[in-house]
Design a protein around this ligand. Structure first.
Ligand SMILES: Cc1cc2nc3c(=O)[nH]c(=O)nc-3n(C[C@H](O)[C@H](O)[C@H](O)COP(=O)(O)OP(=O)(O)OC[C@H]3O[C@@H](n4cnc5c(N)ncnc54)[C@H](O)[C@@H]3O)c2cc1C
Length: 363
């Protein structure tokens, strides 16, 4: 293969979005290199599929800026490319004086972040969602859900039409600096390229290390944080996403409805040492307890294990929340290498904004 202009490592939603964005805005030769046999087999197909609004984090964080921008871009992309989605809205609920005080803070943050939100009373909640018990809530109309697989499929086909080359079953095992670029070693061949974008999800820290970055010194080390989901057997008339207050490692065990109308609870959050996608059935008791305050009619035997996802967290257990790392590495003597590390939630929402951000960085 001739020397390429750009190689993106990883065909999750982030790598696919970057390839699509670069292929429509530049004339570069672009390849996406993926170790699995298909796109979207890891984090991007194991998540809540929520289009977030960007209410939780400080306005200056990348997580906020790219989420707020990504929310608008994603709705537009889905409309233009017939990707299934629903702008259903969300209720962030409170059921105790402490929780009411805390949602007041989130409401203020939503205002600072420029996200439309409305504080509503228990009477209004009952009218909107008769099956939900809550004393007060923030209603956020711009939250929705998206068919994550359909989104990736659209990005993949559009990229392909614009000349992106996809190399599946191809793991990048070493990255060496060469004159004017990089040599990417894979089990099949060595790929010569000018610029490399690391969108390797759960492996993105190891890929950065393979390029020569000291990941401990630069704070790129990832910690795996598992999230399990339980499904509710019967369909019910609940139309919006229902969220409790966020915890330290997650947005709390929320109630979501997929595009087929199935109700799901989760995810929880706990750190693990190795990738493992089993749901621990015994955790059902914790799920049941966590949602009792807002779903008092739910019976324990109505919920059963569904699936799991794994977050690529930069924060170790007990540490404060961290921002996405999206970094061009000239300062480390690696010009033209861009690392994306710690792209956890709201990465799906932000994917198109992240792609635009990377395109600007490449200039
Ligand atoms: C439980 C959970 C719930 C979430 N809920 C939401 C939500 O509701 N809304 C939202 O906006 N976000 C959510 N997210 C976050 C969102 O899913 C992620 O931010 C996003 O999917 C990350 O995509 P990615 O492309 O970076 O990773 P991935 O989809 O994992 O893609 C990375 C790819 O890189 C490949 N790869 C790795 N190493 C190599 C290598 N050496 N060579 C070649 N290929 C390699 C992998 O095989 C993989 O396909 C959630 C995440 C989790 C875990």
């Amino acid at each position: 293969m001739d020397k390429l202009d750009i190689v993106i490592i990883g065909a999750g939603v982030i790598g696919l979005a970057i390839a699509w964005e670069l292929s429509r805005k530049t004339n570069k030769t672009i390849a996406v290199v993926e170790k699995n046999q298909k796109f979207g087999q890891e984090i991007s197909s194991r998540n809540s599929e929520v289009i977030h609004s960007g209410i939780y984090y400080p306005a200056e964080m990348l997580k906020t800026r790219l989420c707020v921008e990504g929310n608008h871009l994603l709705y537009r992309f889905c409309e233009e490319n017939r990707v299934k989605h629903q702008r259903c809205g969300k209720l962030l609920i409170a059921n105790s004086p402490d929780e009411i005080a805390s949602i007041g803070q989130v409401y203020q943050q939503a205002g600072t972040n420029g996200v439309p939100a409305e504080l509503i009373s228990s009477n209004q909640i009952k009218k909107m969602e008769p099956l939900i018990e809550a004393q007060e809530a923030i209603y956020i109309p711009s939250t929705g859900t998206v068919d994550a697989y359909g989104l990736m499929q659209a990005l993949y086909y559009l990229g392909q039409q614009q000349g992106v080359i996809y190399l599946f079953n191809t793991e990048v095992i070493q990255i060496d600096s060469i004159s004017g670029g990089y040599a990417l070693e894979t089990p099949r061949e060595t790929i010569m390229v000018e610029k490399v974008i690391n969108a390797g999800g759960l492996n993105s820290d190891k890929i950065a290390a393979r390029a020569g970055i000291d990941i401990e010194k630069h704070g790129y080390r990832l910690h795996l944080c598992k999230g399990e989901y339980f499904k509710i057997k019967k369909k019910r008339n609940i139309n919006r996403l229902i969220y409790p207050l966020p915890g330290i490692n997650s947005l709390g065990i929320h109630l979501s409805k997929d595009l087929e109308g199935n109700l799901r609870l989760g995810p929880n959050a706990f750190y693990i040492d190795e990738i493992d996608y089993q749901v621990d059935e015994e955790h059902g008791d914790d799920f049941y307890e966590a949602v009792q305050s807002y779903l008092p009619w739910l019976e324990r035997d109505e919920i059963s294990p569904d699936f799991t996802g794994i977050r690529p967290k930069l924060q170790a257990p007990g540490e404060p929340m961290q921002d996405f790392i999206i970094s061009e590495e000239s300062a480390q003597g690696l010009p033209g290498l861009i690392n994306l590390v710690g792209i956890e939630s709201p990465g799906l929402t932000a994917c198109l904004a992240i792609a635009g951000y990377v395109r600007e960085m490449l200039k």
